[in-house]
Ligand binder design. Structure first.
Ligand code: PMP
Length: 481
């Protein structure tokens, strides 16, 4: 045990040892049943006399914090307290440089703690239903990989990503009409990392980025943290308004356009194919790269499929990103991007600087798990379940929230509601919370947060039909309060 001692201090050494251990025990860092070093050993390590250590231990024993078990050793005792020790509270004060860091605060904190309320039905999250994931098959894949690849699976892998996984992704993308090659794919730690890598490579503080208005809150957080100037492109039910886009391109000379053409987060809107082509041609004319976030592109329940922007790209205009978080599990932290030309090499380099590589073990397990056939059958099953849930939620909203206006998305995970002007989403969230239901208020998704005050996003995919009915009923009660 390396106890920091100040041999010049006027505080006796035995007292310093006692104080250090006492703080450790009371803060919970030294947990009950931890075996303390034998006094002879600790004295040796610290180059002090054994009696000094024994004096410190005697004080702690007298206060009931440790006990000596004969023939075994000295152990930390459980603290007689009803509450969990709070690790942060035991710190007296943070250094000034820490105090000057901007605090997170706000909506995000409240949402993340919201899931802890018991019996809460949360429509706030951004993922599919984890219960649809075949956990036992995945366990089997993990075991197979460890047996098959041994220690190789636990070493750093290629920065670009595990080649066999990149080949599988190539076939999945080809089945969706996007022809690419493993040499154009970079595996990332979730598509969130892909967004970060692209922005860090292509933009600097003060640069303008164009986004759909509203857009994904996690992207907005990234752009704000980077000090980008975020300009929203107005939308209608077919996606961004192309004439407005052209005006903004002329006015602001953006460095990047970020878009989710399929079942956009948060609105669920799918861009029509004419606009896709127009968007591509404008980006080309104004020489602006496009970042296409296709987070739920294959979760389509009705309507005609639309080509990915990347599949219309004659080469090098679009950087495409997608993820296994929505279709499979977010905790795998495996996403990918597709790019070609000099930017691909630079993105690989950027990735190397950030985390060397995405977890080799997870990539191999995922590769073992997802053959193209398995992926497609999982997709079919998920689509059937989610389509039903979407319809149940829309019906429930019509019955319990008749004053709200709601869209009917053709795919994805979310429905988007406009409240009547009598109540803001923030006010409704406070009431909903008391009824045991939550959602994501619209201001999270707008560059100018006030624009979202009457909107809210509901995830229809992550709960069973019964839970959806109950949750929307509670929301209706909150609305009528
Ligand atoms: N893009 C969109 C639109 C998202 O909603 C999310 C997650 N909610 C991400 C990207 C990032 O997902 P992940 O990092 O898990 O792939």
């Amino acid at each position: 045990m390396r106890i920091p001692l100040d041999y010049q201090s006027s505080v006796p050494i035995y007292r310093q040892i006692e104080t250090y251990l006492r703080e450790g025990i009371l803060s919970g860092r030294l947990t009950p049943d931890t075996r303390l070093p034998a006094s002879r050993k600790l004295a040796q390590d610290l180059a002090i006399s054994r009696i000094t250590v024994e004096n410190a231990y005697a004080e702690l024993k007298a206060d009931g914090l440790i006990t000596a078990v004969s023939g075994s050793g000295t152990y930390v005792l459980p603290i007689c307290s009803t509450s969990e020790p709070d690790l942060e509270d035991s710190r007296t004060s943070w250094p000034l440089w820490q105090q000057s860091l901007p605090s997170k605060g706000g909506i995000e904190n409240r949402l993340s703690s919201s899931s802890q309320k018991t019996n809460l039905i949360s429509f706030a999250n951004g993922n599919g239903d984890p219960h649809l994931f075949p956990i036992s098959d995945f366990r089997h894949s993990l075991q197979t990989v460890i047996r098959r690849d041994g220690i190789t699976a636990l070493e750093y892998g290629d920065t670009q990503g595990f080649i066999r996984l990149r080949k599988t992704i190539t076939s999945i993308l080809a089945s969706q009409g996007l022809l690419t090659g493993p040499g154009q794919i970079l595996i990332t730690s979730g598509s969130q990392q892909a967004l970060g890598l692209v922005c860090q490579l292509l933009l600097k503080s003060g640069d303008v980025i164009l986004v759909e208005n509203p857009t994904y809150g996690g992207a907005l957080n990234l752009f704000r943290t980077m000090g980008l100037s975020i300009i929203g492109i107005p939308m209608d039910e077919d996606g961004m308004l192309i004439e407005k886009l052209e005006e903004l391109l002329q006015q602001f000379h953006p460095k990047l356009i970020y878009t989710m053409p399929n079942f956009q987060n948060p609105t669920g809107i799918c861009m029509d194919s004419w606009r896709r082509r127009q968007l591509l041609s404008l980006a080309d004319r104004y020489n602006v790269p496009l970042l296409e976030d296709d987070f739920v592109g294959d979760l389509r329940y009705d309507g005609r499929t639309q080509p990915a922007l990347k599949s219309l790209d004659p080469g090098g205009r679009v950087i495409y990103t997608s993820t296994f978080s929505k279709m499979l599990l977010p905790g795998l932290r495996v996403g990918f991007l597709v790019a070609e030309g000099p930017v691909y090499e630079k993105l690989v380099n950027q990735k190397k600087i950030h985390d060397l590589a995405t977890s080799n073990l997870m990539q191999r397990a995922l590769e073992d798990y997802i053959s193209i056939g398995r992926y497609q059958s999982h997709l079919r099953r998920s689509c059937l379940v989610y389509r039903k849930r979407r319809d149940v939620m829309l019906q429930a909203v019509k019955s319990h929230l008749p004053a709200a206006t709601v869209n009917s998305p053709q795919g994805g995970l979310f429905i988007w509601l406009r409240l009547p002007n009598s109540v803001t989403a923030e006010e409704l969230l406070a009431l909903a919370w008391t009824k045991g239901v939550s959602f994501t208020p619209g201001n999270m998704f707008f560059p100018n947060q006030a624009d979202g005050q009457y909107y809210l996003r509901l995830n229809f995919a992550s709960h069973s039909e019964e839970v959806i009915e109950e949750g929307i009923k509670r929301l209706g009660e909150a609305m009528n309060k």
